[in-house]
Design a protein around this ligand. Sequence first.
Ligand SMILES: [Fe+2]
Ligand SMILES: [Fe+2]
Length: 294
Amino acid sequence: MVSDVIDRNDRFRGILDRLATKSIDDYYNPYRLFEWPDRLPEDMWWMSPELTTTFGTEWAERLTPQQLHRLSKHESINFYSLNVHGIRELLIEVVGRIHTAGFETPSEFFHHFIGEENEHMWFFAEFCLRYGGKIYRQPAGGEAGDAEGTGSAAKIQSLLVFARILIFEELVDHFNSAMAEDERLHETIRGINRIHHQDESRHIAFGRELVDLLHQDLKQTATEQELADVSTYLRRYLKHSFDSLYHPQVYRDAGLEHPHELRRSLLESPARAAAEQRTFRKTIKYLEKTGLVR
Ligand SMILES: [Fe+2]
Ligand SMILES: [Fe+2]
């Protein structure tokens, strides 16, 4: 049982206690915390240029500063939209497991997690609607999809769910931590990224421990093929998550021509591979060290 592996682990219990206390100490009212100016200046960076999808490509040279600023605005709205969709999906999974067999021990922390994620979803959606007038839809195939070939065992499903949550949170945190510090960005933008980074550092610490334990538990019964399939699935998920930053509607909204061709050429550029590597450097190191990804 998953619960045995978790319950017998004093280290995990200690970490859960510490993170729950920190959640209580850091608790804030998101509905009062932020300043929401009616509008933010258009002609400025809305996202650190190094994090935009044209960075390091010929497009960063070819477009005017105004075009790049406008693109950074729409890319930032897409980034927060991805957060809204990602949070909805992870909330469904965590709500489905809290106080069920096997998840007794982390359930206390799940309460903080669910509460905090609901608030994150609120401020990301607020930003999108207020400054972008919409939440971008997820492109087709945006969901994680089923882990084909890995069987339907509940253990595998839970491992993949929490591994996906971890990968998603680490991707977002790479962006949040950079933008929180970036003095070229408006204070409202920096503030949202700063607060999210603060909360996510607890979620990521939790996720790394839980995913490792779920994996250790699975290894006791899984076949070699099932473990190989988990690895393949996670590698695909890493790539898929990064691809979702490249949204054709973003390029269209930024006034750029041939958005689908542009997306394709950006996805194929060496700059994209380098950016993906930078974003997931720590994540890959963790996944390889734990043996989740071979
Ligand atoms: Fe979050
Ligand atoms: Fe989170």
